[in-house]
Design a protein around this ligand. Structure first.
Ligand code: CMC
Length: 426
């Protein structure tokens, strides 16, 4: 039997249907609420609000579940590559061998960036953050690659261009920031190996590709590939709802991701750990500060809006972190400190009561450091990983026949009507 929720307004009862998701999640469909009752809902931060029906990613924050198109993240991290996972997210199913090959060839064919774009890079101020540069450059892509003839061709080529070029652009920005010669993509290398080669190959020291590092980067990207309606994904959908082009929508996602409460947390974690070590701050002091409501300090890399248990991505990231460190006999004092902090926090009543566990960013920065990525590039690496998710979400919303311009309402609590007073009378 269909379920309803009854809302009584001024003695009159209205019924609103309950929508049931494929994993048993429930939502009250209030799309006709204002029309029927004249009321709107108030939900700052959208803590209780579903913005869309989606077939892409399933998360269960209580049980620590994350699946892309139904496939558990653990299985993808173990067996898949980033390119295959991107195809799964964007097209809805795991690709057949020939489809995956075709996709890889297309990515290679579109990997070069218009030479004139290099001039843009050279004109950003030296200290500009790579995320601001990436957001601007992705938006600029539309001027270099205008719309194609048919909608179908336009979407497929734009999607492939974006996925491929964003990796080249990220590596290019790093090289230019160092004053080094740009390294071009090579068609014989995989997506991740190509990226590492473009970042670290130099005329004086050719880059030696280590398969374990390539695997670690693939896992990093797979774990970041989608996270349903995160802040940046919502930005992509909201901006996209105005029917802007894909580059503009993704550029807004990159800007949202750069914040320290979202993707920027991976950089913030490393900065926090470094600060603790450099200033010889004790673990107990850090925990005390994080608990102090009068102190704005938060334990970066801890807590999540949806996960109220251990972030499943953090579990996998930590495992790969340990594997990598053992294999290459790495040692990083930041990893030792991170583990100490985690142990102390997970025993602490405040963290237990608030359901605060490490999120993916707690260990991901340490993995990126081990790969050799500089700290200010961490969020850029996250953005490359999130690209398939943003694209899949943008495509899903663009294809939705019921899609509407996203435009929330508000409750006004400002001044009532106030007459204009000429300046000399104020
Ligand atoms: N350290 C200390 N206290 C915390 C933390 C933290 N990291 N995170 C949440 N809390 C407390 C918060 O003070 C609040 O306490 P109270 O209810 O007593 O006032 C309670 O936990 C709920 O926190 P909230 O900020 O209202 O919860 P939220 O769902 O809005 O926040 C969050 C989620 C990720 C913004 C927050 O946990 C946070 O700021 N964490 C640190 C930044 C971080 O690691 N961000 C990366 C998120 S994962 C990557 C991604 O997917 O974007």
């Amino acid at each position: 039997m269909d379920e309803y929720v009854k809302i009584i307004v001024e003695g009159k009862t209205y019924e609103f249907p309950i929508i049931l998701g494929s994993e048993g999640e429930k939502a009250i469909d209030i799309s006709k609420l204002r029309q029927m009752t004249g009321l709107i809902t108030m939900d700052p931060g959208f803590v209780n609000t579903g913005s869309c029906i989606s077939n892409i990613t399933y998360m269960d924050g209580e049980k620590g579940i994350l699946r892309y198109r139904g496939v558990p993240i653990e299985q993808l991290a173990e067996n898949s590559t980033f390119v295959e996972t991107a195809s799964l997210l964007i097209n809805g199913i795991l690709p057949a061998k020939n489809e995956l090959n075709r996709f890889s060839v297309l990515l290679n064919d579109n990997s070069l960036v218009h030479e004139d774009m290099q001039i843009f890079y050279q004109n950003f101020p030296r200290g500009a953050h790579p995320m601001s540069i990436l957001s601007s450059m992705v938006n600029a892509l539309r001027s270099f690659y205008p719309a194609l003839q048919t909608v179908e061709e336009e979407i497929n080529i734009t999607v492939t261009r974006l996925l491929s070029k964003v990796r080249t652009m990220a590596a290019m920005s790093y090289k230019i920031s160092k004053g080094h010669k740009v390294v071009y993509p090579r068609p014989d290398l995989s997506y991740a190996a190509n990226f590492l080669n473009m970042m670290f190959d130099t005329p004086v020291k050719p880059y030696k590709i280590e398969e374990d590092l390539v695997k670690a980067l693939n896992v990093f990207w797979i774990l970041h590939a989608d996270h349903e309606q995160s802040c940046s994904t919502s930005a992509v959908r909201i901006v996209g709802s105005a029917r802007v082009n894909l580059y503009a929508a993704i550029s807004s996602g990159i800007a949202a991701l750069s914040g320290p409460l979202h993707g920027g947390a991976n950089q913030a974690v490393i900065e926090m750990l470094t600060h603790i070590i450099e200033n010889s701050i004790k673990v107990e002091q850090v925990i005390q500060r994080a608990k102090n409501k009068k102190d704005p300090f938060k334990l970066m890399g801890f807590g999540h809006r949806v996960y109220k248990s251990y972030d499943p991505r953090a579990k996998i990231m930590k495992k790969y972190c340990d594997k990598l460190f053992e294999k290459f006999n790495f040692h990083d004092p930041l990893l030792d400190l991170a583990k100490e902090l985690e142990e102390a926090a997970l025993k602490d009543d405040y963290f237990i009561e608030h359901h605060l566990y490490p999120n993916i960013d707690f260990y991901s920065g340490i993995v990126l450091r081990a790969i050799g990525i500089p700290t200010n590039m961490f969020t850029v690496i996250f953005a490359i990983g999130r690209m398939p998710g943003w694209i899949a979400q943008w495509k899903e919303s663009a294809d939705d026949p019921n899609w509407k311009l996203n435009r929330p309402r508000q409750i006004y609590m400002g001044q009532p009507k106030t007459d204009y007073v000429p300046i000399e009378e104020r």
